[in-house]
Ligand binder design. Structure first.
Ligand code: AMP
Length: 294
């Protein structure tokens, strides 16, 4: 007693690169009665990702985090090549949270030569992101199904930050009878309100300041609804005004929509979701909030 304790060294997660190996590991756990949580990510981890991981670690015996920048969900003009990648830093963070295994396959492990089968995503994929990023949800649905096949988890954890993605995945899981529970976790934000995103590293100081208008447009929508504004177009216009006033002109969409179908509403009668996608410089940011009117 009285001696200094050595700092506890968190051990790094075991990194698995092969589909066969991860599948075998997961099956052994399941046969021994352990529950398995899956957290799919594209790496460049931030506190938002880690909140999903913490939830899985708390709820499941074993947690597998996947780190894979999925080429099929990026359009030809998008940022696949320059998307931030930092496996060593990611592993260090995951080790501290007690993650057992990280599945980080190479591109051709998931898409070997000749791969040509894709998931046709559900109806809800066609709006908003689907209009702006053709093929995006086809890539997302395909990789999530493939990951669930090689990692037959009891639960898979996703962030509300990607609201439409959650709807697409929930629908796919139901439609294709996948034996997994989908858990949606709240969006983590910087103290000033900006939703955490791996793409925030692209923003310079001025852009970082302007980017605040994205979350501010959502709080504006929530405030108007709370104050009794029922006309959806009035709210959408107020959201656009917040973005434009901040100098954000390239707006992919501003929506006030049904929480399930994502159809635009005319009147705010019950809970709705407000969603925004806009460019700050070359960086495309998305954010959303569920609004419960008074
Ligand atoms: P990504 O690496 O961008 O594919 O994200 C992996 C998972 O983390 C997805 O389910 C995202 O919705 C989730 N995620 C991303 N950003 C956040 C955030 N700020 N708060 C909570 N979850 C997030």
């Amino acid at each position: 007693m009285g001696m200094l304790e050595p700092p506890t060294q968190a051990s790094l997660p075991h990194v698995v690169r092969s589909k066969n190996e991860i599948w075998r590991e997961v099956v052994v756990w399941k046969e021994s009665g352990k529950t398995v949580g899956l957290v799919p990510t594209m790496g460049a981890l931030h506190a938002g990702h880690l909140s999903l991981v913490e939830r899985s670690v708390a709820e499941c015996h074993v947690t597998v985090v996947t780190i894979f920048v999925n080429p099929t969900q990026f359009g030809p003009q998008e940022d696949f090549a320059k998307y931030p990648r930092n496996l060593d830093a990611d592993l260090a963070q995951l080790g501290k949270l007690g993650v057992d295994v990280v599945f980080a396959p190479a591109d051709d492990e998931m898409y070997p030569p000749g791969h040509s089968t894709f998931v046709e995503p559900p109806e809800v994929a066609h709006r908003l992101e689907g209009q702006c990023r053709p093929g995006h949800f086809r890539g997302v649905a395909t990789i999530v199904l493939k990951l669930l096949n090689v990692i037959p988890a009891d639960a898979a954890y996703f962030g509300q930050k990607d609201y439409q993605q959650c709807l697409v995945i929930r629908r796919m899981v139901e439609d294709l009878d996948l034996p997994v529970r989908i858990e949606v976790c709240p969006t983590l934000r910087e103290p000033d309100g900006l939703a955490m995103s791996s793409r925030n590293v692209y923003l310079d100081a001025g852009q970082r300041e302007r980017a605040l208008a994205v979350s501010r447009s959502l709080t504006t929508a929530a405030d108007l609804a709370a104050a009794g504004q029922r006309d959806a177009e009035t709210i959408r216009q107020a959201m656009r005004d917040v973005l434009l006033t901040a100098g954000i002109q390239r707006i992919d969409y501003v929506a006030l929509a049904d929480r399930e179908s994502l159809e635009e509403v005319q009147e705010v009668k019950g809970p709705v979701v407000a969603l925004v996608a806009a460019y700050v410089g070359e960086t495309r940011l998305i954010d959303n909030v569920v609004i419960r009117p008074r």
